[in-house]
Design a protein around this ligand. Structure first.
Ligand code: FAD
Length: 440
């Protein structure tokens, strides 16, 4: 088996591996500059919320699990707590659907958005806290992953939808098909959150077996699996793969005391499971499509830091990023989803399940892992919101200035960068593998 060397079409998307890699090569240097800009490197979040699903598992005490926070003095003046109290933020608008003091969402949201006015929130410099091996593992980490995969169990059965025939026209067509209404009631958001971990196996082997069952690739199932469920699965599996790739790429060798890429780690966790690798490419195409769909909005958006020159430079980088992303003519066709019977109810269920994935991040027992887990689930949630909550023509920052919180835009770009770096690491591992198996 040719490990580490994916080729060909990416299932459930409209792109192929080679095209995605070509685009990724072009956008890597732009993303590097963007994520080190002042607008994109500082992120405010609350790292100490209680886990809403099960009693605290305790915190990983390894040095590499901790997060270095920064003083407000380091961030742009206009972002500071006092200034935030004075401005009308998106979250204070009247269309909020569900609110608690530290997390909130609107009907359009697929994730719980960090509240920048939260007094328990802290600013983190993302450049100072890279996602890499921390040593967080065992029952706590497995329980979190299990709960995330359990969110992929949908109540609403939906006819399987296939194919991506209309993909080639996706960039040129404005209107989406209208979705059919449904008489089914979506799950009530006022109900208490169900504990997805009602039965907690004590034994690690039981947990592994359960996880294996839950994390089974839908392509290998005999039953028909609807496109929406496959997409949900691919996104969370893609995130899981991407995190594993970063762990293996920046692995701490306890014998030598050095950080380096660990090929065995990559082959065992990712390379020998082609579908896991595939799902990273899939999720990358979905993020690319969301970015392109958001291009008019970002054209009019102010990347506010209070320094006009810096804001203009950041915007130019974002526009360059979009321009280079467009080189891939069609990546993912969101119009194929939520079309059939029960479409609206299915979308509500999908949304609520993804919001639960963001809630589960408060149960991660390692600060650094939680930081990046929160950012990436917020970034993916923002991409899903762009794709499924708005038509192209509503995504305009001039006519609709307050569709996204600043934290959503920051999370989206940083998540794109994480997936982009994963693809670069795959390329590196591929070369390492080839050098090892064909030394001459
Ligand atoms: P795990 O990665 O825990 O996987 C458990 C099981 O899930 C596997 O046995 C397999 O059945 C299935 N599975 C694995 N990958 C996939 C996939 N891509 N698709 C489908 N199924 C899959 N550790 C760090 O060192 N640094 C981090 O930054 C970090 N961030 C984390 C963030 C989150 C949100 C979580 C939950 C954990 C994080 N961890 C991090 C821990 C890390 O993800 C692993 O859980 C840990 O390294 C133990 O790995 P494992 O080999 O036991 O398998």
């Amino acid at each position: 088996q040719d490990y580490c060397n994916p080729t060909g079409a990416i299932r459930d998307s409209c792109c192929d591996v080679q095209t995605v890699e070509g685009v990724n090569q072009a956008i890597t240097p732009i993303l590097k500059k963007l994520v080190s800009s002042r607008f994109f490197r500082y992120y405010k979040l609350n790292l100490w919320k209680d886990c809403p699903f099960w009693p605290d598992d305790g915190l990983c005490m390894n040095r590499d699990c901790s997060v270095a926070t920064i003083d407000e003095a380091a961030i742009p003046l206009a972002w500071r707590q006092d200034a935030l109290g004075k401005v009308h933020t998106v979250s204070s608008s009247s269309d909020l659907f569900g609110v608690s003091d530290t997390c909130q969402y609107k009907d359009q949201d697929f994730c719980l958005v960090e509240n920048e006015a939260d007094t328990d929130g802290v600013y983190v410099d993302l450049q100072q806290n890279p996602e890499r091996f921390t040593g967080y593992a065992g029952v706590s980490a497995a329980r979190v992953w299990k709960s995330i995969y359990e969110e992929n169990c949908f109540n609403i059965v939906h006819k399987m939808t296939e194919g991506c025939e209309t993909c080639n026209n996706i960039m040129n067509t404005g209107e989406q098909k209208t979705t059919t209404g449904s008489s089914l009631t979506p799950p009530s958001l006022s109900q208490p959150i169900q504990n997805p971990f009602a039965v907690v196996p004590n034994d690690r082997k039981d947990l592994d077996r359960l996880l294996n069952d839950l994390a089974e690739d839908p392509d290998s199932e005999n039953e028909e699996v609807c496109l929406e469920k496959r997409v949900f699965y691919r996104v969370i599996s893609g995130l899981h793969s991407s995190i594993s790739i970063h762990i293996c790429d920046e692995y701490f060798n306890q014998t030598t005391g050095e950080w380096s890429a660990n090929l065995d780690c990559f082959v065992s966790r990712i390379g020998s499971h082609p579908e896991r690798l595939h799902n990273v490419y899939f999720t990358h195409t979905l993020l690319m499509r969301a970015l392109v769909k958001l291009s008019d909005y970002l054209h009019e958006y102010t990347f506010f830091t209070g320094d006009a020159k810096e804001e203009a430079e950041t915007k130019q980088l974002v526009l360059d990023l979009i321009e280079n992303t467009k080189a891939c003519p069609s990546t993912f066709d969101e119009r194929q989803l939520f079309q059939g019977q029960n479409a609206q109810a299915l979308k509500e269920e999908f949304k609520e399940h993804f919001r639960n994935v963001t809630r589960i991040m408060d149960c991660v027992g390692c600060e650094k892992c939680k930081l990046w887990g929160k950012i990436q689930t917020a970034g993916l949630g923002t991409a899903l919101k762009v794709l499924f909550s708005y038509e192209d023509k509503s995504l305009n920052a001039k006519t609709n200035p307050a569709l996204f919180e600043r934290s959503e835009i920051i999370a989206l770009i940083n998540t794109i960068n994480r997936f982009s770096e994963s693809l670069r690491a795959v390329d590196k591992f591929r070369k390492m593998y080839q050098a090892k198996t064909h030394p001459n």
